[in-house]
Design a protein around this ligand. Structure first.
Ligand code: FAD
Length: 379
């Protein structure tokens, strides 16, 4: 608690990567005879690992370990036949923060960020980071809170009268609870495809429901190809060339379990239902299905409610951001230069919401913050 140069909110992969680069820029400052910038990482969870802690038992990475690393230290190889499971990522993130002695405080939940100068003239120009463990006054705030804490469920007619179980991806803990049940999985992205594949051998009946026909990426496309495509798109855009981003490849990575469900077990998607009744779903063509449960694999929104008092400019449901000088990654708030965002997806840099892709936006952000705060001190 007290004064701090940089407050990072969130201790998952994005927060750790940013803290890693701040540690590195501090080393450079020290070599130049300058004091290091003080940094803290505040994380609401009891334990390390970010959202990976909540992954369902069959959740595996869509890339090998060598292509899922944070800066500085490769993810240890996974010896199983598949790509690494979520538990391997959790162990890696826990070891990573220890290895670099990153200044993580846990569990500390940030409840709101406000203008500090409003109540304290001496703190003018700082941001007050209010938490359940006290208040920090920060010169820069980096948000790395991810999206897992803000699940999104669309409003569908009849939801309130449906008497079965409804849950969102972030509550899904594996297929056992659905043995023999009739389940609808709603969502045409990776989570929807993977959960539908996971349920298929166990549930009585699985209806995979998507608003558009599913768009599989090629069977040879994994996270490495996605990262390379995203990197090429950034370079193309910077050079003024027409660019084809990751979205042009498809929506669903055909991991082995999904491939098997699609090719061998007959997993097929059907269009979105029109409404729900007490006991099931009704489609626009009048067909019906009895349901015991619905899994909403319908995505997430950035977990940024703690910033609501700052009145930041927003667009398409997220803060407007700009790239700091010399960087292609738009991680700085367009309306408050003290506020930064790392790891949320395309609006903070292509592939930035992946293990391998968060490194460059984190590096550019740490370097820009260090340069900006150093310039302030020299004035
Ligand atoms: P998180 O991991 O969510 O960490 C954010 C942290 O901030 C959490 O610990 C949270 O508790 C904390 N926090 C939130 N709000 C506050 C607050 N107010 N105060 C304090 N702390 C707070 N990526 C890959 O690279 N490969 C894959 O194979 C892959 N598969 C995926 C599969 C699924 C189903 C999903 C959903 C994502 C997948 N991703 C994958 C994407 C990505 O790597 C993860 O979403 C990743 O967890 C995002 O990391 P993060 O650090 O941004 O956020």
């Amino acid at each position: 608690m007290g004064d701090i140069d940089v407050c990072i909110i969130g201790g998952g992969q994005a927060g750790l990567s940013t803290a890693f680069y701040l540690r590195r820029t501090n080393r450079e400052r020290e070599r130049g005879g300058l004091a290091p910038l003080s940094t803290v990482v505040l994380d609401a969870r009891e334990n390390p690992g970010g959202a990976w802690v909540d992954g369902w038992p069959s959740l595996h990475l869509f890339s090998p370990a060598a292509y899922s690393s944070l800066p500085g230290w490769q993810m240890p190889a996974w010896t199983g036949s598949d790509t690494p499971p979520a538990s391997h990522v959790v162990a890696y993130l826990a070891a990573y923060e220890q290895r670099y002695d990153l200044p993580v405080r846990r569990p500390v939940r940030v409840t709101k960020v406000t203008e500090a100068g409003a109540s304290d003239a001496e703190a003018s120009g700082r941001l007050a980071v209010h938490t359940d463990a006290g208040t920090w006054l920060a010169r820069a705030v980096v948000n790395t809170t991810g999206t897992w804490d803000r699940p999104f469920v669309p409003t569908v007619p009849g939801m309130a009268v449906f008497t079965g179980r409804q849950l969102h991806t972030h509550q899904y803990a594996g297929p056992e609870a659905f043995a023999g049940l009739k389940v609808a999985v709603v969502g045409g992205g990776n989570s929807g495809a993977q959960i539908a594949a996971d349920l298929l051998p166990v549930a009585g009946r699985v209806h995979w429901v998507t608003s558009q026909p599913p768009r599989y990426l090629g069977d040879d496309v994994d996270g490495r190809v996605l990262f390379e495509t995203a990197t090429r798109a950034v370079a193309d855009r910077a050079a003024g060339r027409p660019s084809k981003g990751v979205a042009s490849l498809g929506d669903i990575v055909a991991v082995p379990a999904v491939r098997q469900a699609r090719d061998r077990d007959g997993l097929r998607a059907r269009p979105m239902f029109a409404h729900l009744t007490a006991t099931g779903a009704v489609w626009p063509n009048g067909s019906t299905a009895d349901l015991d449960a619905i899994v909403w694999a319908t995505g997430f929104r950035p977990a940024l409610r703690h910033l609501r008092h700052l009145g930041l400019a927003t667009r398409d449901g997220h803060p407007c951001t700009l790239a700091p000088e010399g960087s292609p990654h738009p991680t700085r708030s367009a309306s408050d230069p003290r506020v930064w965002f790392v790891g949320y997806g395309d609006w903070t840099g292509p592939a930035s919401a992946t293990l391998i892709g968060v490194s460059r936006p984190a590096r550019d952000t740490a370097e820009a913050i260090t340069a900006g705060l150093s310039a302030e001190v020299e004035l």
